[in-house]
Design a protein around this ligand. Structure first.
Ligand code: NDP
Ligand code: MG
Length: 383
């Protein structure tokens, strides 16, 4: 029996993680649930899973939640310290980190130091501080099991292989909501248009990131840290069906891929059950006759400048990816709030990167400072 702390329990990944846990009561149990402020969604989950600890984003939400919880005897905490304590408790076997954004970094770092296995959906953690996360993981001998479907596909393709024989990673990209639009067509697209993803149903921020192709850019950086290949050996290809979830080419030109219908429960469950597999009865089987044709198209870096900026900042390293991530988080929030246009997202990120003086090997404190400063900067660009 593995006991799991779920950070981001009310989100798209969090809810699907709880679906997986529910399917396998003999294998998995909930230790703690953390969420931001969606009390309405959280209360029934708390009642159902009866966790030892519940964590919310701040004391205001905590007070509101306490008013609504009846017969709950566990502890209710708030903030980052609460997330940390829920993650490092001796009873916890796996931390599944599915909060949105770099706010998940501290809990990941502290859980690594406590020797916990980490199922990582929170890609922003790896983008903003990949060198620190990987250094700590190595030091404490901790496994980082990817939840992101592309990275899970690579992880599965590497099963039983010698990682030193990897030649190239090929990440597939669905293309997002605007894959059939030209750049000129992007002027004036609405939040609603951007949130309408063709293949996956996900949280708002990652859906916007998919439309701008920043999501794939963040995933390239994530892959660099998780699998240790240089950027010139990480390729992205557009594959609109999302059937092949990513591939590994080896030195002998053999390519291993992982395929399936697009359903996040598959990579979530693999991270939790690894190295074993469990059944997933309600997930649709892959029907290749029905799909009939798979398409592959070259990525256009002019069309998707966010992908280009991600490669560039990844290669530059140091504090640059921290700025990329923080500027993106801030810009996407401004777009979702209706304050800027879709094309302003890439412009604001470009400006933040341009203004930043790179720090070669930032420590945790410096990263958090740069993250905060970058968000403030981006805000001032629009005022
Ligand atoms: P959602 O926006 O659906 O969920 C985010 C979760 O984080 C919510 O539970 C939210 O709580 C919580 N949260 C936000 N801010 C805080 C905070 N300050 N303190 C505590 N909790 C907080 O996001 P997704 O589930 O889509 O994505 C989560 C992560 O997984 C992201 O890093 C994303 O890139 C990654 N990912 C997602 C995929 C998907 O299919 N959705 C696929 C691959 C990766 P609340 O809503 O209650 O405020
Ligand atoms: Mg992905």
């Amino acid at each position: 029996m593995k006991r799991i702390t779920v950070l981001g329990a009310t989100g798209s990944i969090g809810i699907q993680t709880l679906d997986v846990i529910r399917l396998h009561p003999d294998n998995f149990a909930v230790h703690a649930l953390a969420f931001g402020r969606n009390i309405e969604k959280a209360v029934p989950l708390i009642q159902e899973f009866n966790p030892e600890m519940v964590v919310v984003q701040d004391d205001h939400v905590k007070d509101e939640l306490l008013k609504q919880l009846v017969n709950y005897e566990g502890e209710v905490r708030s903030g980052i310290e609460g997330m940390v304590d829920a993650s490092i408790h001796p009873d916890v076997d796996i931390l599944l980190n599915a909060v949105m954004g770099s706010i998940g970094l501290t809990a990941t770092m502290r859980a690594i130091q406590a020797g916990k296995t980490i199922a990582i959906a929170n890609k922003e953690t790896l983008v903003t501080a990949g060198h620190l996360v990987m250094e700590e993981a190595e030091k404490y001998g901790v496994e980082l099991l990817p939840v992101d479907s592309e990275h899970s596909a690579i992880h599965q393709s590497l099963n039983g292989e010698n990682p030193a024989r990897m030649e190239r990673l090929i990440l597939t990209a669905s293309g997002g909501s605007f894959r059939d639009k030209k750049r000129d067509d992007l002027v004036g697209v609405t939040v609603e248009d951007a949130l309408n993803h063709p293949n996956w149903s996900m949280g708002a921020k990652i859906t916007i990131d998919s439309a701008s192709m920043m999501n794939k850019g963040l995933e390239v950086i994530e892959a660099h840290w998780l699998f240790g290949l240089p950027y010139e050996k990480i390729d992205v290809i557009q594959h609109r069906e999302s059937v092949i979830h990513s591939m590994v080419e080896f030195v002998d030109r053999s390519v291993m891929a992982q395929l399936g219908t697009p359903d996040m429960k598959v990579p979530i469950q693999y991270a939790l059950s690894y190295p074993d597999r469990l059944d997933l009865p309600k997930t649709k089987r892959l029907d290749l006759e029905e799909i009939a044709t798979l398409h592959f198209e070259k990525m256009d870096f002019e069309r998707f400048p966010c992908l280009r900026m991600a490669y560039e900042t990844g290669r530059m390293g140091g504090s640059m990816p921290t700025v990329l991530n923080a500027a993106n988080e801030q810009a996407v929030q401004l777009f979702l709030d209706g304050r800027i246009s879709f094309l302003d997202i890439e412009a604001l990120i470009g400006k933040a990167l341009e203004k930043h003086d790179k720090i070669r090997k930032p420590d945790l404190e410096t990263i958090m400072e740069i993250d905060k400063e970058t968000r403030k900067q981006v805000q001032t660009y629009i005022n």
